[in-house]
Write a protein that binds this ligand. Structure first.
Ligand code: A3P
Length: 345
């Protein structure tokens, strides 16, 4: 009898204990979220009516996967009305550069409560077929958000595609444009590594980087090779400058985003006129991945996919030197135009 009573008591204590721990965890997560709910300056500097310049807690839930369908752009009419949801044309676009860290930048900016990301690359402005579908098609590809949040998309092909600057200009001539760059030779090798991995996956063989990057006839840098051409940042930027003033661009240091992401993200917050909300708490170094990962709150964190942060093949040092020498004058021009100097060799 006594034994039975003791077992019953133990059982009750266990249930009570579980309830207490559960409540405590819930409260900690909730407090962690609430301290990010500070009043916000809307991106275009206009304040909404009183009370609308705060991000409701539900906005954070959309971003943490609780309402995954909404983020994907699926919501019923009732849900749209109930939550006052909208699908907005991006106020800022990460236009490139491929392999510069575009995914990391988008995901990290998405930590901000006023930012909502388009998860997929939309390829609206660089793909003629998509572009022909019209701007409403583009808007419908966007995730649902609150009206005072801003939507950001990234499609790195925009930076190098001839028609894109004019097309974006026609949509919104005052849009903010983000370009994330890495040391050009490293970026070119990263670009090559991605293609190489694709070939290997299909059991195909592929040329060595050296063979593609150097013209065997002239022994000079092969400017026809796309991975080389993409790294001539200034050439592409000059095309964009025919439509947009330099003030509408912000250059992100992709190498620094890897080693020290917070200051880079704070510069972007400033550029987008967002109040500083991303903190060191949101970014933690994961030694196994060898990269910073994202912490949204005590229960939800994530690292980028394994396809980000590949091991590069070893490249002949004389080829690296040749490429660096080749990129040098273009880099100087890039620093001059953008006003941002890098320690690239
Ligand atoms: P590597 O694979 O060459 O290392 P993109 O998203 O534009 O394709 O860029 C991919 C690059 O993002 C990766 O190139 C990686 O170095 C960089 N990167 C920056 N921050 C990262 C992070 N936190 N996690 C993983 N990769 C990151």
């Amino acid at each position: 009898m006594l034994f039975k009573q003791q077992a019953l008591l133990r059982q009750k204590l266990f249930v009570l204990g579980s309830l207490a721990i559960g409540s405590l965890l819930y409260l900690v997560a909730r407090v962690g979220s609430l301290d990010r709910l500070q009043p916000l300056c809307p991106i275009d500097g206009r304040f909404g009516p009183r009370g609308q310049d705060e991000i409701p807690l539900r906005a954070l839930q959309f971003k943490r996967g609780l309402l995954h369908e909404f983020r994907k752009g699926n919501a019923t009419k009732e849900q749209i009305r109930l939550h006052n949801l909208v699908q907005q044309i991006p106020k800022a676009i990460i236009i490139g550069v491929r392999k510069g860290g575009t995914r990391a930048l988008l995901e990290m900016l998405n930590l901000h409560p006023a930012v909502v990301k388009a998860s997929q690359e939309i390829h609206f402005f660089d793909n003629d077929e998509n572009y022909a579908k019209g701007i409403e098609w583009y808007r419908k590809k966007m995730p649902f958000s609150y009206p005072h949040q801003i939507t950001i998309e990234k499609s790195p092909a925009y930076f190098i595609t001839e028609e894109v600057p004019e097309r974006i200009y026609k949509m919104n001539s005052s849009i903010k444009l983000l370009i994330i760059v890495r040391e050009p030779t490293t970026r070119a090798i990263s670009d090559y590594t991605q293609v190489l991995e694709g070939k290997e996956r299909k059991n195909k063989t592929y040329y060595k980087f050296e063979k593609l990057a150097i013209d065997p006839n002239t022994c000079e840098v092969n400017t026809k090779y796309k991975a080389v051409r993409t790294s001539i940042y200034t050439k592409h930027l000059e095309r964009w400058l025919k439509y947009f003033p330099i003030e509408q661009f912000h250059i992100v240091d992709g190498d620094r985003l890897i080693t020290e992401p917070l200051p880079e993200l704070q510069l972007v917050e400033k550029f987008l006129n967002l109040p500083p909300r991303i903190s060191q708490y949101n970014l933690y170094f994961n030694a196994t991945r060898g990269f910073y990962c994202l912490r949204f709150n005590i229960v939800f964190n994530k690292c980028l996919a394994g396809s980000k942060g590949r091991i590069h093949p070893e490249v002949d040092t004389s080829v690296i030197t040749k490429l660096r020498k080749f990129f040098h004058p273009f880099n100087q021009k890039f620093y001059q135009i953008t006003g941002r100097t890098f320690n690239w060799p």
